[in-house]
Design a protein around this ligand. Structure first.
Ligand code: PLP
Length: 398
């Protein structure tokens, strides 16, 4: 028993015939992967510096995840949240112990985690519906999350959206102070904007956001969906920032490659939640939670956050040098294994040229190359990428 064989051309023509055209897909056909490498339908091997957009933290075919997947799938693949689930509570216990938060709600994706956090913030702040969010932010595509996303292009076609959101510029403390008042239910922010072009908030600004939320009794929601779970050198980004948020949203790597999202909340937020306030059929699925449990255990046991921090420090220095020697690099931003390389030209053609050279990279905004490699990426892959980017920037005319 296996799927019918299809050539890349057949896949593309069925895709355009049957799948709604919501994605501008690249003509790339990955079929297998091992570690930080992908192999396409023709057998060509690539270094994957995108990890399925920050999902595959342990790369591909990780033995521990493969074993757990087989084991769990031959048991129960679904039971519903009407009943108790072992993998769910074991993953929850780990997340709570490592974060110092009080309780977790499981869902299926990042946007659902944001939706949940917005509802929880409303419960915790009766009568309020204001949300302070940031220009350049990205929180997801469902109505609530889209309403807090500071990107006109994504928002405008779907207006009117959920009311109450106001957008301020990242880093503008005066605007933050002015925007946060007694109508504010939540401040929602990514500690490092991902889709927005890898734009980090300073520690001081995050602390100002914490203080502003405290001043009016609003909830501070930290969206660590792209940046969390080890990518910046600690299991949770807030642990490096001198703040404790009221809620942390997680997704992407959390399910070890399967759909899984979560909201971690403090005791105070948890005290407002009663049965029936929120729920989902699939959220916290046993197979996804088992993979999440193994992923989280692996991150802790092998101390991946420390490895990511060290590798990221080295990579940042290499990128800094490249900025000086190669044409067309306007800025390099990032930490750990989340990096944005801002170019003086469109990033799409550069990303496609890099793909031809065997490197899978992402883009953000029009002119930023976005790198979110798996934590298992070897130094030699990052070094080879730097060389390939230098060549590409010299080859590609603006
Ligand atoms: C910071 C952030 N929040 C939310 C989301 C939405 O997550 P999902 O695509 O799983 O709904 C994303 C996805 O890119 C993200 O990067």
């Amino acid at each position: 028993m296996s799927l019918p064989e299809l050539t890349p051309q057949e896949v593309e023509s069925k895709d355009s015939a049957f799948i709604l055209g919501t994605y501008a897909r690249t003509s790339f056909h990955p079929r297998r992967g091992k570690g930080a490498q992908l192999v396409d339908a023709d057998g060509k091997v690539y270094w994957d510096l995108l990890a399925g957009i920050a999902v595959n933290a342990l790369g591909y075919s990780h033995p521990r995840l493969v074993r757990a997947m087989k084991e769990e799938a031959s048991g129960l693949t679904h039971v519903s949240n009407l009943y108790y689930q072992r993998a769910q509570v074991l993953l929850a216990e780990k997340l709570i112990a490592a974060s110092g938060m009080a309780k977790v709600f499981f869902c299926n994706s990042g946007t659902e985690a944001i939706e949940a956090s917005l509802k929880f913030a409303r419960l915790a702040t009766p009568g309020r519906h204001g949300v302070v969010a940031f220009t350049g932010s990205f929180h997801g595509r469902t109505f609530g999350a889209l309403s807090m996303t500071g990107n006109e292009g994504y928002r405008t076609p779907f207006e009117p959206l959920v009311p109450g959101a106001c957008f301020i510029a990242p880093g503008d403390v005066a605007a933050l102070e002015a925007a946060v008042d007694e109508t504010t239910s939540a401040i929602v922010m990514e500690p490092i904007q991902g889709e927005g072009g890898i734009v980090p908030f300073s520690d001081a600004f995050l602390q100002a956001a914490r203080a502003a939320a405290d001043r009016v009794g609003a909830a501070l929601v930290l969206d660590e969906i792209q940046s969390g779970l080890g990518r910046t050198g600690s299991l949770f980004v807030f642990q490096q920032k001198g703040i404790v948020p009221d809620m942390v949203t997680l997704a992407k790597p959390l399910g070890g490659g399967l759909p899984l999202g979560a909201v971690l909340v403090t005791e105070r937020i948890a005290s407002f939640l009663k049965p029936g306030h929120h729920g989902t059929t699939f959220g916290g699925n046993p197979v996804a939670c088992r993979l999440g449990y193994e992923l989280f255990s692996e991150l802790q046991e092998k101390d991946y956050p420390a490895k990511v921090a060290a590798l990221g420090a080295w990579f940042g220095r290499r990128l800094g040098k490249l900025k000086k020697s190669a044409p067309g690099i306007v800025d390099v931003r990032g930490t750990g294994l989340i990096w944005g390389i801002e170019l003086d030209r469109e990033a799409g053609p550069v990303a496609r040229a890099l793909l031809q050279k065997g490197f899978v990279v992402g883009t953000a905004r029009k002119n930023v190359l976005r790198l979110l490699p798996p934590y298992v990426v070897p130094k030699k892959a990052l070094a080879a990428f730097v060389d390939a980017l230098e060549v590409t920037l010299k080859e590609e005319v603006k």
